[in-house]
Design a protein around this ligand. Structure first.
Ligand code: NI
Length: 135
């Protein structure tokens, strides 16, 4: 089996320092689960560029917390805005949205276990929950 993947270790509570976890992410726009709280997953992801497609989560709200850097948040039919370091935002269910960043940013996500990170849109960055768990 080899070494236990770091993500299993993190999900089990081994590493509590987010600043040490983000640099371990190998890919951009590829959320990894770092913990579970009741029916939601806590995930982290690095974002750069505009590969995240417009998408909607019909049954689930999605919370973003900007740990480092900043990104553009776009909601359909609303003005785009910058989510700055230290800020959080909750995308209401059913709201089409998209995120992008000119420079690398670090984001914490809180969303139900059922949430697909690109909604019902399958794109080149879409990852299954198994992939997000690190397996
Ligand atoms: Ni989303």
């Amino acid at each position: 089996m080899g070494e236990t993947p770091k993500w299993k270790h993190a999900a089990a509570g081994g590493e509590r320092d987010l600043k040490k976890l983000f640099p371990q992410l190998q890919e951009y726009c590829s959320p990894r689960v770092i913990g579970e709280v009741n029916d939601v997953f806590v995930k982290i992801t690095k974002v750069i560029g505009d590969d995240v497609p417009w998408h909607t989560h019909n049954g689930e709200d999605e919370m973003f917390y900007m740990v480092k850097g900043s990104m553009q948040m776009q909601l359909r039919d609303k003005p785009a805005f910058t989510l700055a370091e230290g800020e959080y935002f909750i995308v209401p269910r059913g709201t089409e949205h998209r995120v992008s960043a000119e420079r690398e940013c670090w984001m914490l996500l809180i969303e139900p276990k059922a949430t697909k990170h690109t909604g019902d849109v399958a794109s080149k960055i879409t990852k299954t929950i198994e992939e997000q768990m690190g397996s």
